[in-house]
Design a protein around this ligand. Structure first.
Ligand code: ADP
Ligand code: ASP
Ligand code: MG
Length: 456
């Protein structure tokens, strides 16, 4: 069997969902399990509604709910026009979910407090709705689709908004629920991104962009032959095409390269997607749902060894520096320091140390104030917000050629606040001012992949 995941733009409207049906029809004999995101933009809309309601702006929130309801119902009508009674049934099922959303918004207005748990209850509606719509659209196009509630399969801990999946429980649930459906020749369709806490059954989410992660979790649970991530670009490219013109398709890339790129800004893949696939050795494809005939990108263990495979970058990063003369030669300082980040469930991307100071970058500043308070007990703390990181990634980066020196030359006069080579030697990262991320990526891309590339 294979897992096919369709992102927000690939199920963004009736036309896109119809294309998705055609892609799945061509894969029927490979026994696909389909994982879908919410319609493009729906999750952002739902989170904005939750915040608005909790701020007490119920009328605005209700207006946004009605706009979202109209959009979904209009696409439902377009998709299911061939059978009006099916269209009416699905429309009322979807409408009931928007009624539930309106009730949740009202409750939030009363409480005035937006907990991660209620955020997940609201954010999960996007995938709950899209999956119901996709099943109906598939059935109407002759595909034997059947809905699977992702919350029965993707079992997690209780870290709402960033839940940690429980692979053994997921494997058990997937084999119990999904395998018999495949055996019966059905096409299971489930929402990505959402799950439920194993301990209490309450809805959780895997973090933004988490549908890719759902797909690889299900793929690993069912020992899939392949995991296909269908999106709005031709595959993994040498840089984000929204930032760099002329970025090129990478036909084959190694798991560890793809994983580094995803963690350092290549949004085309959720950073956690690779790990379950690697554990089971399952190849991951990235494909364009608007151009299914394209070659796409294949992510596997054996890919060509290149000095530089791609460039990634992200802004909105905070650089935290802890300076402590006491650190000198003290055992356990690092452990104490990282325990602070662990307690606040904040993951650290890049680290650099000297004898008396440690610098780290963090992406998620939600707990920054609490972190600073605790870190102050270890030394002087400074925080530089609005930084960005830019990474040059390639399995052959440390092979001794000129790539590394050339990368630093290409960054030129852009101010570098920190520099780090990953321990695996495949990722050279510079920390720059947030607004310098795009120029740095463009310079690096031109140097390695441009028509007048100087670094090849
Ligand atoms: P989906 O909704 O299908 O999950 P996303 O928006 O999450 O799609 O991811 C696709 C986007 O990722 C692309 O439109 C592109 O702008 C961005 N992206 C960032 N880095 C890369 C890269 N190296 N290669 C391809 N796309 C990238
Ligand atoms: N819909 C979710 C999001 O926008 C998950 C996903 O699309 O992968 O974050
Ligand atoms: Mg995505």
């Amino acid at each position: 069997m294979i897992v096919c995941k369709f992102g927000g733009t690939s199920v963004g409207d009736a036309e896109a969902i119809a294309r998705t049906a055609t892609i799945i029809a061509a894969r029927r004999d490979r026994r696909p399990v389909v994982v879908v995101s919410a319609l493009a933009g729906a999750t952002n809309g739902l989170l904005a509604i939750a915040e608005q309601a909790a701020r007490g702006q119920l009328i605005g929130a209700l207006r946004a709910i009605e706009e979202m309801r109209e959009r979904h119902l209009a696409q439902t009508q377009l998709l299911l026009a061939a059978d009006q009674s099916v269209a009416d049934d699905i429309a009322s099922e979807i409408s009931a979910m928007f009624d539930e959303l309106a009730m949740l918004a009202d409750a939030l207005r009363t409480l005035g407090d937006l907990t991660p748990r209620s955020l997940d209850a609201i954010a999960s509606l996007g995938e709950q709705i899209s999956s119901v719509l996709v099943v109906a659209a598939f059935k109407l196009r002759g595909l034997p689709a059947t809905h699977v509630d992702a919350r029965q399969v993707v079992l997690t801990d209780e870290r709402y908004t960033k839940a940690e999946p429980q692979p053994d429980a997921i494997a058990e649930a997937a084999q119990r629920i999904i395998t018999p459906l495949l055996r019966d020749g059905l096409i299971p369709v489930m929402g990505g991104y959402i799950g439920s806490a194993k301990a209490n059954g309450v809805t959780t989410t895997l973090g933004r962009g988490g549908s890719d992660y759902s797909a690889s979790l299900v793929g690993a649970a069912l020992q899939a032959e392949a995991i296909e991530i269908w999106t709005d670009v031709d595959g993994m490219l040498t840089a984000d095409p929204r930032v760099v013109k002329g970025s090129q398709l990478i036909e084959r890339i190694a798991f560890d390269e793809a994983s580094e790129l995803a963690s350092f800004g290549a949004k085309v893949l959720h950073p956690n997607t690779i790990s379950p696939a690697v554990t089971k050795g399952i190849p991951v494809w990235i494909l364009n749902s608007r151009r299914p005939e394209g070659k796409g990108t294949l992510i596997t263990f054996d890919a060509p060894r290149r000095a530089v495979t791609a460039i990634a970058g992200k802004s909105g990063v905070s650089l935290v520096k802890v300076r402590s003369p006491r650190m000198l030669l003290t055992e356990g300082f690092m452990r104490t320091l990282f325990a602070v980040f662990e307690r606040h469930r904040t993951s650290v991307d890049v680290v650099a140390t000297s004898e008396v100071s440690v610098s780290v970058t963090i992406d998620d500043a939600a707990r920054l104030d609490e972190l600073i308070l605790e870190l102050r007990e270890l030394g002087d703390v400074t925080v530089e917000r609005n930084r960005g990181i830019v990474s040059v990634v390639g399995t052959g980066l440390s092979d001794g050629g000129k790539a590394m020196a050339c990368a630093l030359t290409a960054v030129g006069d852009i101010r570098v606040h920190m520099l780090s080579l990953s321990s695996s030697g495949i990722n050279l990262t510079v920390v720059v001012d947030g607004e310098q991320v795009s120029p740095a990526m463009q310079r690096l891309h031109a140097a390695f992949f441009g028509t007048d590339a100087t670094c090849v």
